[in-house]
Design a protein around this ligand. Sequence first.
Ligand code: TXA
Ligand code: MG
Length: 417
Amino acid sequence: VEKWDITYEQGQDLESLRRAAHELRETDTPVAFPTETVYGLGADATRSSAVCAIFAAKGRPADNPLIVHVHSIPQLRSLLLGGKNTQNGTADPIPDIYKPLIKKFWPGPLTIILPNPEGSVLAPEVTAGLDTFGARMPRSILSLALMRLAGVPLAGPSANASTRPSPTAAEHVKDDLDGRIHTIIDGGPCEVGVESTVVDGLSNPPAVLRPGGVTVEQLRLCPGWENVVVGYKDKHEHDIRPRAPGMKYRHYSPKASVILYEAGAKMPNQNDITNPEKGYKSVGIIRTKSWPTALGLPVESLRSTNGDSDVAASAPKSFAHSLESTTSNLLRSIIQHQVPHASCHSLQSPTAGPISVWDIALGTSTEDVARGLFSALRELDKKGVETIFVEGIDDRTGDDIAAAVMNRLRKAAELRV
Ligand code: TXA
Ligand code: MG
């Protein structure tokens, strides 16, 4: 998969990964790669020129540190030892507090904050002046293969333009970064759909700095993490200085304005949309667990207005990962996985004429909502809607990744909740 000219040739996947790995080693242009959470924009974390090119391509503020992706525990150890060899009975440099987490959640959607050693091999831009670095081992087989072939740790933020929703399909990366990078490795739509959970186990008590693909409940079950605290805030963020620098920035924003309805709030109705004071011409509705249909419009009328397939059937489905698959098989199976699509209905405003209502149903499980969320925001931007009404989900129980979903939605909606 290269240079936007996306072709899949049997047996060529490895060759494509080799070329991408070569590009990572020999040039400064970042390479976009799939992970189970969102697509990352990778560069050799040990070379300043390559790391700076990530910030330039994304338009990312320089004080927001990057996550370092590793493919193995020895590779992580060597980063903690400043690149020195790990043999000869040296004490394990991985802090004990993280061992149960690594065992349970890696490879997977968890980023841990580690001390950056004296004489670190990491480019200083990666850590943005902090004395720690974030590390994660993703579980996408393509990302692991790429890192192994490249042989260097990959600094990798999400591969969106800064402030945009994170990319959960290769197409999203192309939409944001076309002309700024040369290569995207297309692994199909991402399995989790929200970014990794960032945790700080160096503080006492340990803290979650960003909610993500691993839940607080899951963390609490690990020894040493029973009293983990929530170290981020969804609302009134500007009042505090967040411990993950990235949490202070405007984020996840589609071009349209987002109005978030907290779980249980009354859904908008047709009069809210046709109200002449609002002057809506085109709106989007993202439904999750409870809103039965967009604005109470019958599903039949939603379907009849365009040729799209059944709204419910377009909700994303999980796909299986198999470490035994060849990359070719894996690619083929993943590409069949659907991203959510919008269907259109037209409402008549008393004064302003027809209003287009674009409706997306993400599905009723939290996993489906997480997987389809960023994609839905981007899809509605493409339809040119001015305002997006989103049905929130209940994030009070902590036993699923609803906290991550609502954190992203509250940011996308800024104050319109
Ligand atoms: O799932 C993910 O984590 C994706 C995929 C590509 O791995 N990556 C990702 O990276 O979301 P990014 O750069 O969009 O978000 C990284 C977050 C930011 O909020 C950043 O401030 C925080 O991690 N972070 C990184 N290093 C840190 C450190 N040393 N201390 C505190 N926070 C840190
Ligand atoms: Mg990001």
